[in-house]
Design a protein around this ligand. Structure first.
Ligand code: NDP
Ligand code: GDR
Length: 373
C-alpha cells in the first residue's frame, strides 16, 4: 500500500480487486446528459446496477432518463439517482462510500465550448478540479485499486491544428477554457494512474451527436431548425462559423467504446472518432435536403446567407454572436488504436446520423403541432 494513500475513511473488508470487479456496479456523473442516457441503457442491458449523480434543479432535468426511470419500477434495485455535484467533495465521498462502484464514468461537465469563455472559472472548477475531486473521493474510500475509472476527455484537447489525423500521440493545444480544463483532467487521470496504480482511462472522444444532443450544440440546433422551418414554425436559422470542420459520430456508438475501455487487462487512453471530417455548412445542407429544402449559398463570412432555391427565402444567416474568441478549425480523428485493441468500430455513418436527427426533430415538431390543435 502506498504511503501517500489517503485512507481516512477507507471501507473495510473489501474483496480482492478481481472479485470486487465482478459486481458490475457503475456510477455515472453527468447521467442526465446525452452520453449519460445512452451509457445507462447500455450498462443496464449488460446487467449492471447503475447509479447516477444528478444536480438539484428547480426545473425537470431527467428528461433523457425518463424511459429508464419508468422501467426501474419493473427492475427494482437496478437504477438509482443520487443528488450531487462535482464541486462538492464531501458529497462525492459519501456517494462513493455508499454505492461502492466497480466502474466510474466521469461524464459530468460544463460541456459547452462557447459558454466556457463566459464561465471560465466555473468550467475550470467542474471540468478540471471536479475530476480530481472524484479521483480523490475514490482514494479517500480506499478504492483506488478496486474501481475502474473512465474520464470523458475530448478532441478539444487538440485545438489548434498541429497534425491530422489526430491520434493518441498528437500534441495538445487547447483553444478554450473548456479545452484547458479538460487538459488538466486528462493529465490528473494519467498522473493518478502512474502514482497510485488506478485503473483509469482517458477516452479522447471526437464530437458525437444524436437526437438527444443538447439543443445549443450546432448539429441539434440545425436539425431542429430544419424541421421547424419545413413545418413553417420558424423563418430563419442563425449560425456562427460555417467553415469549422468536425469529425461527427453517433453517441450510441461512442458509449460502447467507453465501456470497452474499462474491460481491458491494462488501462490505456484511446481516441474514438470516425476518421471523416465535414464542415458545419455540409451539416446544414444535408439537414435541409432531408426536409426537401435545397439551399444555395451567397456571400462569405458574416455576410453569408443560405437561400431556399424554390422559394427564394433566406433560411440561414450568419450571426457574429455565435463566433468564438478562438476557434478550433479542424478536427479529424484516427481511431486505429481503438479499432485494433478494443475491437471498436462506429456503426453509424455521417448521412445516417444527419437523417436520424432530422427525422426525430420532424417527428417531435409535428407532434407538438398536433398537441396544440
Ligand atoms: P451534456 O452537456 O449533454 O451532459 C453534461 C452532464 O454533466 C449533464 O448531466 C449535466 O447535468 C452534468 N453536469 C454539469 N455540471 C455538473 C456539475 N457541476 N456537477 C455534476 N454534473 C454536472 O454532455 P455530453 O453527454 O455530450 O458529454 C458527456 C461528457 O463527455 C462531457 O464531459 C463532455 O465534456 C464530454 N465530451 C463530449 C463530447 C460530445 O461530442 N458529446 C465529445 C468529447 C467529450 P445537467 O443535466 O444538470 O446540466
Ligand atoms: P464543439 O461543438 O464546440 O465542437 O464541442 P458545437 O456543436 O458547439 O460547435 C461545433 C462547431 O460549430 C460551430 N458553430 C456553432 N456552434 C454552436 N454551438 N452554435 C452555433 O450557432 C454555431 N455556428 C457555428 C462552432 O463554432 C464549432 O466550430 C462539442 C462539445 O460536445 C464538447 O463538450 C466536446 O468536447 C466537443 O464537441 C468534442
Amino acid at each position: 500500500m502506498s504511503s501517500f494513500s489517503a485512507h481516512a475513511f477507507a471501507l473495510k473488508d473489501l474483496p480482492s480487486p478481481e472479485e470486487y470487479n465482478k459486481r458490475k456496479v457503475a456510477l455515472i456523473s453527468g447521467i442526465t446528459g446525452q452520453d449519460g442516457s445512452y451509457l445507462t441503457e447500455l450498462l443496464l442491458s449488460k446487467g449492471y446496477q447503475v447509479h447516477g449523480i444528478i444536480r438539484r434543479s428547480s426545473s425537470f432535468n431527467t428528461g433523457r432518463l425518463h424511459h429508464l426511470y419508468e422501467d426501474q419500477h419493473e427492475r427494482p434495485g437496478k437504477f438509482k439517482l443520487h443528488y450531487g455535484d462535482l464541486s462538492d467533495s464531501t458529497n462525492l465521498v459519501y456517494i462513493i462510500a455508499q454505492v461502492q462502484p466497480s466502474e466510474i464514468y466521469n461524464l459530468g461537465a460544463q460541456s459547452h465550448v462557447k459558454v466556457s469563455f463566459e464561465m471560465a472559472e466555473y468550467t475550470g472548477d467542474v471540468d478540471g478540479l471536479g475530476t480530481l475531486r472524484l479521483l480523490d473521493a475514490v482514494r479517500t474510500c480506499g478504492l483506488e485499486n478496486h474501481v475502474r475509472f473512465y474520464q470523458a476527455s475530448t478532441s478539444e484537447l487538440y485545438g489548434k491544428v498541429v497534425e491530422t489525423p489526430q491520434s493518441e500521440t498528437t500534441p495538445f493545444y487547447p483553444r478554450s477554457p473548456y479545452g484547458c480544463a479538460k487538459l488538466y483532467a486528462y493529465w490528473i487521470v494519467v498522473n493518478y494512474r502512474e502514482a497510485y496504480g488506478f485503473y483509469a482511462c482517458n477516452g479522447i472522444l471526437f464530437n458525437h451527436e444524436s437526437p438527444r444532443r443538447g439543443r445549443t450544440f450546432v448539429t441539434r440546433k440545425i436539425s431542429r431548425a430544419a424541421a421547424d422551418i419545413a413545418l413553417g414554425k420558424q423563418a430563419c436559422l442563425y449560425l456562427g462559423n460555417l467553415d469549422a470542420k468536425r469529425d461527427w459520430g453517433h453517441a450510441r456508438d461512442y458509449v460502447e467504446g467507453m465501456w470497452l475501455m474499462l474491460q481491458q487487462s491494462q488501462p490505456e487512453d484511446f481516441v474514438l472518432a470516425t476518421g471523416e471530417t465535414h464542415p458545419v455548412r455540409e451539416f446544414v445542407q444535408r439537414s435541409f435536403e432531408a426536409v426537401g429544402i435545397e439551399i444555395e449559398w451567397s456571400g462569405s463570412g458574416v455576410d453569408e446567407q443560405g437561400v431556399d432555391k424554390k422559394t427564394g427565402n433566406v433560411v440561414v444567416k450568419v450571426d457574429p454572436q455565435y463566433f468564438r474568441p478562438a476557434e478550433v478549425d479542424l478536427l479529424l480523428g484516427n481511431p486505429a488504436k481503438a479499432e485494433r485493441l478494443l475491437g471498436w468500430k462506429r456503426k453509424t455513418d455521417f448521412p445516417a446520423l444527419v437523417k436520424e436527427m432530422v427525422e426525430a426533430d420532424l417527428q417531435a415538431s409535428k407532434s407538438m403541432v398536433e398537441n396544440q390543435n
